[in-house]
Design a protein around this ligand. Structure first.
Ligand SMILES: [Zn+2]
Length: 104
């Protein structure tokens, strides 16, 4: 399969739906994000870069007719079974396991 911008975590090819699971910390989740007390320079730069990149990827995908769904890590944790069942019903065909969260 041709690689999509941003390498989505899950892709429903038939329906042109790209799903991203964004880590709450690294993608600045409004619900979970906590301002850092240490190592700010490095982390904040990285987080800002992620947020900008997310926006750019959304635009790129939408331009080529893809629908973008962004789930937050906390949503998946709270509601994993329901989310997963919905994906299966919608003929889930590709799961990437690239998402490994590393501490800053
Ligand atoms: Zn969150």
């Amino acid at each position: 399969m041709e690689k999509l911008p941003g390498n989505p975590d899950i892709v429903f090819v038939n329906r042109k739906i790209a799903v991203f699971v964004d880590g709450c910390f690294w993608h600045k989740c409004p619900q979970c994000y906590i301002e850092l007390k240490s190592n700010r320079g490095y982390c904040l730069k990285k987080i800002d870069k992620n947020v900008k990149r997310d926006k750019k990827i959304n635009e790129l995908l939408k331009k080529t007719g893809w629908k973008v769904i962004r789930l937050r890590e906390h949503q998946l944790k709270e509601n994993f079974n329901e989310t997963f069942e919905a994906w299966k019903r919608n003929s889930l065909i590709h799961i990437s396991t690239k998402h490994v969260l590393k501490p800053c």
